[in-house]
Design a protein around this ligand. Structure first.
Ligand code: ADP
Length: 660
């Protein structure tokens, strides 16, 4: 038979990834085995699923398994599965390119700093390419189930710029990954070492992982006619018999009490390809109308593609232990897309499709149950996330905290820093759980620079007579904190929540109040401090409004192209002016964001509010520069909230004219 060898180049991102794998991951060499065994197991899962409709795919080997073997002479380690296998084209596509969207952006984030990059790469997942941590050459031989033996493929690469493919004859269905080990990785040519790594990383894989049994064999007699003459050294020799080296029962089907934390963590790393431990997990068997098992994890770090719009959910769906699909987005709402795990249902049909999933009542029940489970996991973390300092002078009696509770301390803030912004999407997406979600939100405020203030904390600190939760949205914390709109609130010691996530503005549209107290943006509508303003202040404000009427009319005329209205305000203390939007309008910040994103924003003009107490405003009346001052006042108010004057050159010209 003639075989044609073709040399092909790796996609640029693969070459980059490979460079990283060999240069940054050598400190965790063992993980290659987990990744390759996990791929082998996935390949078997895929075969089992395809064979539901095409049982002939099993050929004459219905028992799915993974075999790990090594050859000390050739210095190779081989992982073989009898799963779905790959056609030539699949080998080229799957082992030569990365299909994940956002890969290019991810590569752009790499710094060249090995430690930092190793962390990032952990979030990305290296999969198959991790083989190059221990091998300087990898050969993959494969045949896709259902194709004739002559349509096998051999893929070979030294892990640098390119790889070779050729057609081979391969009787066995499935894939062998043959690692030609580097000199510094020869410890993996040892059954004991391999078994211990498999036990550590892959015990919970539901398929049997087999290794060839070895037996001690004494060496030959040195003098065959005389026992007493001694023997050559003995050795372990292979027996030709294969035995399982893992438990081979899917982790989630085992009783909780038989599973250690380490096993849960290891399972997480296998399904998520994350290098870090998860923050927390929940494992439950749900009984009732719909029966299923859920094992759900909350990661410690956001994945690199959290913000990709087509980011899939992280849930694997099994039906009666048969793998059905990855990324089962119907099982988890999009705002919980960071949750990883497994759901195994005994009620769904085995041939369930994505389309069917969308409509199934059972799936709806599973999704609701799983959403609630995640929310209670988060509530539990939040409950234990107390870091208040002990009250001085109080007795030394503290609550008894058990080890488990202690382990949860600080985790909610960690979670929130990574995923808080995604969670907020839930306000708009999950009406039924809105109140629970609102309780889980945390914000920075004029009293805390970190996102640690809950609505409940805020309410507990509200002033007498205060009847709204005040907040401001801005692009950055600094812009929020220094916004002129906060001046009167600072003066009166009223806390304001500072919202700087892009989604805040949108999400808060869906939350009118918290526990009966309305939410009020300080940048929308006329400021109404209600009972927080005393009679004298109210009277002074009314008088100022009256006295300024003629001036306001002039300002309005001068700025008629820019401002919807001009009015006096009592919200300013140090600044001469600020911009606000009408009560029902879109904030200037959101409008700006939409424009930056190339989207249509409604063209609405803001309201200019002036501070009647400010020297600049007082000076306006009768000034020969009235028109210039009016425009400067407006443009400065825009600058103060992070915007840009429509005509920056004109602004500079006007200011300079006054400076001269
Ligand atoms: P991932 O598993 O995250 O998709 P990998 O780099 O580990 O990424 O693998 C890339 C692809 O190569 C897999 O998605 C799969 O299609 C294919 N693949 C890898 N190993 C095997 C295998 N043992 N059998 C069949 N296909 C495989």
């Amino acid at each position: 038979m003639t075989t044609t060898k073709t040399t092909l180049s790796f996609q640029a991102e693969v070459a980059q990834l490979l460079h990283l794998v060999t240069h940054s991951l050598y400190s965790h060499p063992e993980i290659f085995l987990r990744e390759l065994v996990s791929n082998a197991s996935d390949a078997c899962d895929k075969l089992r699923f395809e064979a539901l409709n095409r049982p002939e795919l099993y050929e004459d080997a219905p028992n799915l398994e993974v075999r790990v073997s090594f050859d000390p002479g050739a210095k190779t380690l081989t992982i073989t599965d009898n799963g779905i296998g790959m056609s030539t084209q699949e080998a080229i596509d799957h082992l030569g390119t990365i299909a994940k969207s956002g890969t290019k952006d991810f590569m752009g984030q790499l710094t060249g700093d090995q430690k930092q990059d190793a962390q990032l790469i952990g979030q990305f997942g290296v999969g198959f390419y991790s083989g190059f941590i221990v091998a300087d050459k990898i050969t993959v031989e494969s045949r896709r189930a259902g194709l004739p033996a002559e349509e096998g493929v051999r893929w070979t690469s030294g892990g640098t710029g390119d790889f070779e493919v050729e057609t081979i004859t391969r009787a066995a269905r499935g894939t062998s990954v043959i690692l030609h080990l580097r000199a510094d990785a020869e410890e993996y040519l040892n059954a004991w070492k391999l078994k211990s790594v498999i036990a550590k990383y892959s015990d919970h894989i539901s398929l049997p992982i087999l290794m060839e049994k070895e037996e001690w064999k004494d060496g030959e007699l040195i003098n065959p006619s005389d026992e007493a003459g001694g023997r050559q050294p003995g050795a372990m020799v292979k027996t030709g018999e294969w035995e399982p080296v893992n438990k081979a029962s899917a982790l989630w089907t085992r009783p909780k009490r038989d599973i250690s934390d380490e096993q849960y963590q290891e399972f997480y790393r296998t399904i998520s390809h994350d290098f870090e431990n998860p923050l927390t997990w929940a494992h439950n068997r749900v009984e009732g109308n719909t029966e299923y098992t859920q094992l759900l994890y909350i990661p410690a770090k956001a994945p690199f593609d959290l913000w990709n719009r087509d980011k899939k959910a992280g849930i694997k769906l099994y039906v009666k232990r048969v793998f059905i699909m990855d990324d089962a987005e119907a099982l988890m709402p999009s705002y919980l897309r960071f949750v990883k795990g497994v759901i195994d249902s005994s009620d769904l049909p085995l041939n369930v499709s994505r389309e069917l999933l969308q409509e199934s009542r059972d799936v709806k029940a599973i999704r609701e149950g799983s959403t609630k489970r995640v929310l209670s996991m988060l509530e539990d973390l939040a409950k234990h996330d107390k870091h208040e300092a002990p009250v001085e002078g109080s007795d030394a009696v503290t609550d008894v905290v058990d080890a488990d509770d202690q382990a949860k301390e600080g985790k909610y803030s960690q979670f929130y820093a990574e995923f808080g912004a995604v969670l907020k999407e839930g306000l708009g997406e999950d009406f039924a759980n809105r109140e629970r979600l609102a309780k889980l939100l945390r914000f920075a405020s004029t009293m805390s620079d970190t996102a640690s203030v809950s609505f409940a904390d805020y309410k507990a600190r509200m002033k007498d007579g205060q009847d709204a939760i005040y907040y401001i949205t801005a692009d950055t914390l600094a812009a929020a904190k220094n916004s002129p709109q906060l001046e009167v609130f600072k003066k009166k010691g009223i806390e304001v929540l500072l919202m700087t996530d892009r989604v805040d503005e949108w999400a808060l549209n869906y939350l009118q109040d918290f526990d009966g107290t309305p939410l009020q943006s300080v940048a929308k509508g006329a400021v109404d401090l209600g009972k927080l303003q005393d009679e004298a202040e109210k009277k002074a404000a009314e008088e100022a409004a009256e006295a300024f009427k003629p001036l306001l009319a002039k300002l309005k005329e001068a700025l008629k192209d820019k401002a919807e209205d001009v009015r006096v305000t009592s919200r300013l203390v140090d600044s001469p002016a600020c911009l606000v939007v009408q009560e029902d309008g879109m904030s200037t910040q959101l409008a700006r964001m939409l424009k930056q994103a190339g989207q249509q924003a409604p063209e609405s003009k803001p309201v200019l509010e002036v501070n009647p107490e400010h020297a600049l405003v007082k000076k306006l009346d009768g000034s020969v520069h009235f028109n210039d001052l009016a425009h400067i006042l407006f443009d400065q108010a825009l600058l103060a909230e992070g915007g840009l004057p429509e005509d920056p050159a004109a602004y500079v010209r006007r200011v300079n004219a006054l400076l001269v």
